[in-house]
Design a protein around this ligand. Structure first.
Ligand SMILES: C[S@@+](CC[C@H](N)C(=O)[O-])C[C@H]1O[C@@H](n2cnc3c(N)ncnc32)[C@H](O)[C@@H]1O
Length: 501
């Protein structure tokens, strides 16, 4: 299917050979939640063999996997993100810094938004945008799973993303024909339709133009796709550079990143020589998928830039998120103390936002832009439940591991039973239970919310999270019975007292 690229791929035989091999998994450590050394030790003691890339030591090739890394508690807890190697490059090219204001114009399901926030130390603001409501759910899930508190999620067509903020950096990870996913996706092997191929370059160029308009003068914009097609890559960059009339330049990617240069001619068309500084990553370079990355610098206003913020549509509701609520924050601290014996310091540096009917969100953001496109900010701690609050499982997972009241330490069989819908009497690990919501803790880590009715305990984890955790526990128990049968203690099976780094 890629025969038409024979003349541009740097090593055709290696390219063909890599496409015929299965693609290894790669994982990216999330330093917001995990210490790389501790994570590596925990995975390797269960038989994973991990090889860090020298150009990105927090990205590990999974050289041996006794089972899928997605079926580990560490993945479920957000200690790492399964990100394929080539997909990690655009954010390295963007190089976001702590404290900056950064836009991810096409963000779902969140691989690169979580990577940006992690590299920024969760300081500054990542605006993660996508128009697709189903993909937004995955984006929100991943940002919360990885413990990102500096992100705002918006839903907008990126071509019309609202103005009003001058971004330090913008990532345009555009929708594309996704040929670079051919090793792992049958759909990508089938290829995009002719209609899509005709339509995509115009959408991509419009997204890139909007990204450039939204960046501040001097800001960086990275344009990326996961396809090999020059029509969606160099041709788009070439077109936008010409329209920019010198206000935008292509910059080389940071030294040491892998890949081949951009192509300057394709099917009779000649592109500006500048596009050679773009980077093409073919599957044989990294034993990965494919990627195209262009790093652009905005030197001054672009010719299509409109001035000032765009007014919200007259009939749109007023944004609910703009200002944090210090009174609400005080109530949150009091609630954490009263209900779970926490100190309140768990949420130091976080602001409380109470969206209309949205519950309570905690974000490391002193303000949220007043766009009607905003859907959430930070991590949801609780939902309104009549006159009281019901904690979310993500909220407890991130902030309630140190609970000393209304908390239950569970062993694996008890937790498995709860997740399967059984109700259990309070196990020996229960502390100061009062009727109401409780923290469920497993191996020293809060894993979610339960309900104690005075005599019985049940799980209140969301269905999907409970299902994933059940599969992980089943996997753990099959591994430990196999090891026990061989006469060894099961690694990582130290019971409820095993606190994580
Ligand atoms: C390559 S994927 C993004 C992957 C994501 N950046 C990540 O790392 O997880 C492209 C995304 O573009 C989104 N998209 C499609 N049309 C768009 C538009 N008009 N504006 C913004 N995003 C769009 C799709 O919904 C899809 O989620």
């Amino acid at each position: 299917m890629f025969e038409r690229y024979r003349t541009i791929v740097d090593d055709w035989d290696a390219f063909q050979a890599s496409l015929a091999r299965p693609q290894p998994a790669t994982l990216r450590v999330n330093r917001l939640k995990a210490d790389p050394g501790a994570l590596r030790a925990r995975l390797e003691e269960r038989g994973f063999r991990l090889e860090p890339y020298d150009w990105y030591p927090d990205l590990w090739r999974v050289a041996e996997e006794p089972f899928s890394p997605a079926l580990t508690l560490e993945h479920w807890l957000g200690w790492f993100y399964l990100q394929e190697a080539a997909a990690a490059l655009p954010v390295l090219a963007l190089d976001p810094q702590p404290g900056e204001t950064v836009l991810d114009l096409s963000a779902a399901p969140g691989g690169k938004s979580t990577q940006m926030a992690e590299r920024m130390g969760d300081r500054g603001m990542v605006v993660a945008n996508d128009p697709d409501v189903h993909r937004l759910a995955a984006l929100s899930h991943n940002l919360q799973r990885l413990g990102v508190t500096s992100a705002v999620i918006t839903r907008a067509d990126g071509r019309r993303f609202p103005g009003g903020l001058a971004f330090d950096r913008v990532l345009v990870d555009a929708p594309c024909s996704a040929e670079g996913n051919a090793r792992r996706s049958r759909r990508a092997r089938q290829g995009a339709s002719r209609h899509q191929r005709r339509r995509l370059p115009a959408v991509q160029a419009a997204l890139l133009r909007r990204g450039l308009a939204l960046a501040r003068p001097g800001g960086v914009v990275v344009y990326a796709t996961c396809t090999f097609a020059p029509e969606e890559n160099e041709a788009v960059v070439d077109q936008v550079l010409r329209q920019a009339e010198g206000s935008v330049v292509v910059e080389p990617l940071p030294h040491g990143l892998p890949g081949a240069g951009g192509v300057t001619a394709w099917e009779g068309r000649r592109f500006l020589p500048d596009v050679e500084a773009c980077r093409r990553i073919y599957p044989h370079h990294l034993d990965s998928g494919g990627m195209f990355v262009a790093r652009l610098r905005k030197r001054g206003p672009v010719p299509w830039e409109e001035r000032g913020p765009e007014p919200a549509g007259a009939d749109e509701p007023a944004p609910a998120w703009t200002e944090p609520d210090p009174g609400l924050r005080e109530q949150v601290v009091e609630w954490l103390r009263r209900e779970f014996g926490l100190t309140g310091s768990e949420i130091d540096g976080l602001h409380a936002y109470g969206g209309q009917g949205q519950g309570i969100w905690l974000a490391r953001l002193p303000r949220v832009p007043g766009w009607t496109a905003v859907r959430s900010a930070g991590i949801r701690l609780a939902r309104a439940h009549g006159a009281t609050w019901k904690p979310t499982s993500f909220g407890l997972m991130h902030w309630a591991s140190g609970a000393s009241r209304n908390v239950v330490d569970l062993d694996r069989p008890s937790l498995e039973g709860l997740l399967q819908g059984r109700q259990i009497a309070a196990p020996p690990g229960a502390r100061l239970l009062r009727r109401g919501w409780v923290v469920l803790r497993y191996r020293g880590q809060a894993v979610g919310c339960g309900f104690w009715d005075g005599t019985r305990l049940r799980s209140a984890l969301p269905h999907e999270r409970a299902g994933e955790l059940s599969s992980i526990l089943r996997r753990e128990s099959s591994t430990s019975s196999a090891v026990a049968a061989a006469g060894h203690p099961a690694p990582g099976d130290q019971g409820a007292g095993d606190r994580q780094a």
